[in-house]
Design a protein around this ligand. Sequence first.
Ligand SMILES: *[C@@H]1O[C@H](CO)[C@@H](O)[C@H](O)[C@H]1NC(C)=O
Ligand SMILES: *[C@@H]1O[C@H](CO)[C@@H](O)[C@H](O)[C@H]1NC(C)=O
Ligand SMILES: *[C@@H]1O[C@H](CO)[C@@H](O)[C@H](O)[C@H]1NC(C)=O
Ligand SMILES: *[C@@H]1O[C@H](CO)[C@@H](O)[C@H](O)[C@H]1NC(C)=O
Ligand SMILES: *[C@@H]1O[C@H](CO)[C@@H](O)[C@H](O)[C@H]1NC(C)=O
Ligand SMILES: *[C@@H]1O[C@H](CO)[C@@H](O)[C@H](O)[C@H]1NC(C)=O
Ligand SMILES: *[C@@H]1O[C@H](CO)[C@@H](O)[C@H](O)[C@H]1NC(C)=O
Length: 478
Amino acid sequence: MFIPIFLLTILFFALITGGQPPPLRGYLINCGSKTDIQQDGITYTKDDGYTVAGNLTTLNRHDILPVLTTLRYFPYGPGKHCYEFPVTKGAKFLIRTTYFYGGFDGGNEPPIFDQIIDGTTWGTVNTTEDYKNGLSSYYEIIVAANDRTISVCWACNEHTKSPASPFISSLEVMDLDSSLYNSTDFEKYGLITVARANFASESNFVRFPDDPFNRYWQPFIDGNPTVEAHANVTSSEFWNRPPAKVFISGSTTSRGKNLSIQWPPFSVPTNRYYVALYFQDNRSTSPYSWRVFTVLIDGETFYQDLNVTTKGVTVYGTEWPLSGDTHITLTPRSDMPVGPTINAGEVYQILPLAGATLGRDVMAMQIFKQSLRNPPDDWNGDPCLPKEHPWLGIGCSEEEQVRVTSLNLKGLSLIGTLPKEIARLTALKEFRLSNNKLTGPIPDLSPLKGLEILQLDENEFEGPFPDGLDTLPNLREL
Ligand SMILES: *[C@@H]1O[C@H](CO)[C@@H](O)[C@H](O)[C@H]1NC(C)=O
Ligand SMILES: *[C@@H]1O[C@H](CO)[C@@H](O)[C@H](O)[C@H]1NC(C)=O
Ligand SMILES: *[C@@H]1O[C@H](CO)[C@@H](O)[C@H](O)[C@H]1NC(C)=O
Ligand SMILES: *[C@@H]1O[C@H](CO)[C@@H](O)[C@H](O)[C@H]1NC(C)=O
Ligand SMILES: *[C@@H]1O[C@H](CO)[C@@H](O)[C@H](O)[C@H]1NC(C)=O
Ligand SMILES: *[C@@H]1O[C@H](CO)[C@@H](O)[C@H](O)[C@H]1NC(C)=O
Ligand SMILES: *[C@@H]1O[C@H](CO)[C@@H](O)[C@H](O)[C@H]1NC(C)=O
C-alpha cells in the first residue's frame, strides 16, 4: 500500500516562550532515551514501560533537537514490534511518529519499513529524501481506541534490506476532544494527515501551545496577495478547534477575481479524503463585513455561496475524491465589494481499518503470554493482524471475524505454565507445544471442540492428563 509522503522538517523550530499553557494531554515519548527531556516547552518522557522490544542507541551529534538524538531500533527479522499505551476505549488520538536516521547503524541510507496501528498497516516509512536533505520526517494519523490499549508497531517489509532495522525517534499520542473530526466513523476508518496548512504565513509552524492538541500547521505561501486579520476568532466555536492564530494570515485576491490555490503542494494518490477549510473576513466588524463566495475543488462545487464573517467559518467534506494535483478555487459572488480569502486547511486520507482479532482470543493470548517467562519478543499488538505480521507461531482465520486457529510453538524453549484460559481459543485446530519447558498441570482442553492436532510432548507438565480429550470430535493426532 502506498501512502502519501508527508515529510517535513522539524529540525529548526523556534523555542516557545511566554505564559503557562494548559498541559498537553497524551503520551509524548522520546524513544530510546534513558531520561525525560524538555523540548519546546513539552516534556518528552523515556520509553520505559511502553515497549519491551528492540534496542536503544544514541546518535553522536549535538547539533540536532534533543528528541532526535536517541532512537529505538528493532533488529531485522520477521514479526512486528510495538509500543502499547493504556487508553480509554473509544477515545480519539492524533498519533505522530518522528524519524531521524542519523546513520545509527553505520550506513548511509535510512531503512524503509512499515508502520502499523493496532491491526492495520498504516503505511511505509521512507525517509530517504528528507534524510538526504538533512531533515527529520514525521507521519500522523487520527484513530479512536477500539480497546483499552492502542498499539503502534513497526515491521520489515519487502523494501527493508537486511540487516537494516526499523527504528523510531519519537512517538506522540495526543488526546483529541470528542468533537474533533467527528463526522468520520472512527470505528471503520483512520485519518492519515496529508497536509495541514496555515495559508499566507511566513512564520514557523503553529503548534502547541497555540494548538492545544499539538497539531502542526505548516506555513504555506504562494504567489497570491496576503492579508492579515484583526478580529478575534473563538477556536472553541469550531468542532475541529483550529487555533485562533491560523486565522491571522490569509491568501486573497482583488475584487471580482477568482482566488486559485494549488494545495496540497504535491500530488496525492487517487483516494477519498477528509477536507476541512477555514476562512475569516479580515476586516473589522461592521454590519456589512462578510464575504460571499463559492468554494470549488478541482472544478467541483465544494460549498455554494459561503458567507464568511469576522467570526470565521469552516466547511468540510467527509469523503471528497482527490487525485494528483489539487486546485482550490474561490469564486466571489458578483455583488461582492471584496475578493475571497482563505486562512487554513486540512486534508486527510481516509484509511479503512483492518479490524481486530476477536477480543476473547486476544484476552486468552494475553493471559498465555503473561504465564510465560520468556514470551517471543514480537508478541505485542494485535495477535493476528495485520495479516502480514501475526505473532510468531500464530495462525489465524481470514474471515471477517478474525480468530486464532493454530499455535505452533514447537521448540521455542518457552518457560512457564499453560493457563486454563487457553481453552477459550475455541477456533483452535492445531496446537503444537512440543519441546518447551512448560511446567504445571495441563488444563482442561475439552472446550476446544475443533482441535485436530494436539502436541504437548517434551515438556515438564505435572499431574494427571486431563479428562475429556477423548471426547474431542475432530482430534486426529495427540
Ligand atoms: C539488542 O538487544 C538484545 C537483547 O536485549 C541483545 O541480545 C542484542 O545483542 C542487541 N543487539 C545489538 C545489535 O546491540
Ligand atoms: C523511497 O524514497 C526515495 C526518495 O524519494 C525513492 O527514490 C525510493 O524509490 C523510495 N523507495 C520506496 C521503496 O518507496
Ligand atoms: C460533533 O460535535 C459537535 C460538538 O460537540 C456536535 O454538536 C455534533 O453533533 C457532533 N457531530 C457528530 C456527527 O457527532
Ligand atoms: C481580541 O481579543 C483580545 C483579548 O480577548 C482583546 O483585547 C482585543 O480587543 C480583541 N480584538 C478585537 C479586534 O476584537
Ligand atoms: C471563476 O471561476 C468560475 C467557476 O469555476 C468560472 O465560471 C469563472 O469563469 C471564473 N472567472 C474568472 C474571472 O476566471
Ligand atoms: C482585508 O482584505 C482585503 C483584500 O481581500 C484588503 O484589501 C483589505 O485591506 C484588508 N483589510 C484589512 C483591515 O486588513
Ligand atoms: C452573512 O452572515 C451575516 C451574519 O450571520 C448576516 O448578517 C448576513 O446577512 C449574511 N450575508 C449574506 C449575504 O448571506
